[in-house]
Design a binder for this molecule. Structure first.
Ligand SMILES: Cc1cc2nc3c(=O)[nH]c(=O)nc-3n(C[C@H](O)[C@H](O)[C@H](O)COP(=O)(O)OP(=O)(O)OC[C@H]3O[C@@H](n4cnc5c(N)ncnc54)[C@H](O)[C@@H]3O)c2cc1C
Length: 397
């Protein structure tokens, strides 16, 4: 909901997953505005969580869903208080105030979050500079789709600087002459820029605001304080059902680092993966299975067969990526760069991945077909006249 919130299309009440009445009706005691400090003891005897005010809540199982923190830029000035990051509602509120017509905004990082912020900022009339040294998403959607996505920035008036940021500094040291050549007054901004972004190709970008979107790091603080196995900077080590090294303690979502037999340790930062990991942990808790049971083994291996899926929205385009959209035989439905279109991948005749752009309900059908590993001939797949929704409806439920 970050896009809608930044654009002012919803207010803060509109992004709540549930209101307090829902928690009450679901028999969930909600403790808001207070942090969990750590989990203590172990199931089944004396497991509990300790809150920051010292309260102790006994529990049969504890699930850590502490998510992540925005990564800081590891350069001189990367810790300046003036910089924006986007992770919390407070971050969004502060950033929203900066995204006004004419304001000079530098977005550092053109990945999922940086690109979406650049898109929103430009929609809101800000003068946006995006600094990104690589072609983002190339490894996930392939070169041509990644190129088209990245070029949308320029097509929408964003200046793209293909370089890395090496320093950020306040503009106080800038001379009067520099200010007049680089800055000047802007309707939304101050008369002189507040910050300077120095790039690896020697440019000095004078701007009013800098938004850093260079990824997230898992928030493992509670796990560490609870004595659980954590790989620093990578996440809380869990099995397929979300079980940590602490008896009765699970970790799910962005903070969890799964052991995967083929891929090694993996961590996802996507909503769908977080939701699925929650379901697996809930199933394991609800069935009360121990690590040795067969059902537990099932939960443990479910994630190995799940098809990753995420979406991103920018400049009015809705992009969905399912499975491995880069490897295998390539089938293009429509024309890359002329939405709606899709690039699909087949391995041994079975659908293994796809990237879809603006396909609406057909995009959802593609997702189901990929999840099912459906065998659909390349000719049929590539023909926009083929009704993929009808094919998906025929899949066994
Ligand atoms: C700006 C932005 C845009 C995104 N856009 C997309 C998108 O378009 N598509 C997509 O698939 N994914 C997107 N994501 C990723 C998605 O939001 C995450 O994968 C998902 O929210 C992870 O859920 P989670 O429950 O693990 O963590 P979070 O949603 O991060 O929730 C963690 C919660 O734990 C709380 N917490 C942390 N520590 C404590 C503590 N000690 N005590 C109590 N509470 C604590 C935090 O305050 C927070 O509310 C986006 C993320 C961001 C930041």
């Amino acid at each position: 909901m970050s896009k809608e919130l930044l654009r002012g299309e919803v207010d803060e009440s509109g992004i709540r997953l549930h209101d307090e009445a829902w928690f009450a009706a679901s028999d969930i005691a909600l403790h808001q505005g207070i942090s969990v400090d750590r989990a203590v003891g172990s199931a089944p005897d004396d497991l509990a969580v300790v809150l920051a005010d010292g309260q102790t809540l006994p529990a049969a199982a504890v699930v850590l869903a502490t998510g992540g923190l925005a990564r800081r830029l590891p350069v001189v000035g990367g810790d300046l208080a003036e910089l924006h990051h986007l992770r919390t509602v407070d971050d969004a509120r502060r950033l929203r105030q900066a995204l006004v017509p004419g304001r000079r905004v530098c977005v550092v990082g053109g990945g999922l979050i940086g690109a979406e912020i650049a898109s929103t900022a430009s929609d809101l009339g800000a003068q946006v500079i995006l600094v990104e040294p690589t072609l983002p998403l190339e490894a996930v959607v392939g070169r041509d789709v990644a190129r088209w996505l990245h070029d949308l920035h320029v097509a929408h008036g964003v200046r793209v600087v293909e370089a890395a940021v090496v320093e950020i500094r306040t503009a106080a040291t800038t001379s009067t002459r520099d200010r007049s050549t680089r800055g000047g007054s802007t309707p939304g901004g101050s008369t002189s820029p507040r910050l300077e972004v120095v790039t690896s190709d020697g440019q000095v970008l004078a701007v009013d605001d800098v938004v850093v979107g260079v990824g997230g790091i898992p928030d493992t603080r509670v796990a560490e304080a609870s004595g659980l196995e954590v790989v620093p900077g990578s996440g809380v080590v869990v099995d397929g059902a979300g079980r940590t090294t602490g008896a009765g303690v699970y970790a799910i979502g962005d903070v969890a680092l799964h052991e995967h037999p083929r891929l090694g340790r993996t961590r996802s930062e996507h909503w769908d993966a977080a939701t699925r990991s929650a379901a697996r942990a809930a199933a394991a808790i609800a069935t009360g299975d121990g690590p040795e049971s067969e059902r537990e083994q099932e939960h443990e291996h479910e994630h190995e067969h799940e098809t990753p899926w995420f979406w991103t929205d920018r400049y009015g385009h809705h992009v969905e990526v399912t499975g491995d959209a880069v490897h295998g035989d390539r089938v293009v439905r429509g024309v890359v760069g002329e939405p709606p279109f899709a690039v699909l991948r087949l391995v041994d005749g079975a659908l293994t991945g796809a990237v879809t752009v603006d396909l609406g309900p057909t995009g959802r059908a593609v997702r189901r077909l990929v999840e099912a590993g459906a065998s659909v001939g390349a000719d049929l797949l590539g023909d926009p006249a083929t009704d993929l929704r009808a094919l998906a409806r025929r899949l066994p439920r």
